[in-house]
Design a protein around this ligand. Structure first.
Ligand SMILES: [Zn+2]
Length: 131
């Protein structure tokens, strides 16, 4: 496994704040990643460096329950970011080495495909500390 630091909601919120403050143009910010999406082919993944994880216990299979108290859906741009809920509970957080913007990433594996999903982490107000 990794030895990335495990982030709680406070740590996540701090990274979102930092990311939101970045205004420099960067190749990583060209696509709209405000909601979960498959990583675009044009996205400069090589610029990203993992800076933390939300996977609290690597020996514990994270659940699939989602957290949507206000009627959002998985793919909503304003869906809350709840670290203990799917899909955040299996995400790594990555930062762009060029501009410092942060992203949530996880891999969705189906029978015949692997889908590398990504969502921008730049709205601290969406981070919630839900049990
Ligand atoms: Zn960047």
């Amino acid at each position: 496994m990794t030895d990335l630091p495990v982030l709680d909601s406070d740590g996540l919120r701090a990274l979102a704040q930092r990311s939101a403050a970045v205004t420099a143009a960067c190749a990583c910010a060209e696509a709209d990643l405000s909601c979960w999406t498959s990583t675009p082919l044009s996205f400069p993944e090589s610029q990203l460096k993992d800076v933390g994880t939300l996977l609290a216990d690597p020996y514990d299979e994270p659940g699939f329950a989602e957290y949507h108290p206000h009627g959002t859906r998985y793919e909503s741009g304003d869906a809350p970011i709840a670290p203990r809920y799917f899909p955040y509970n299996r995400c790594n957080v990555s930062a762009c080495a060029i501009c410092g913007r942060c992203y949530l990433r996880y891999t969705e594996a189906g029978g015949y495909f692997v889908d590398r999903r990504i969502r921008a982490l730049n709205r601290p107000g969406l981070v919630v500390d839900a049990d």
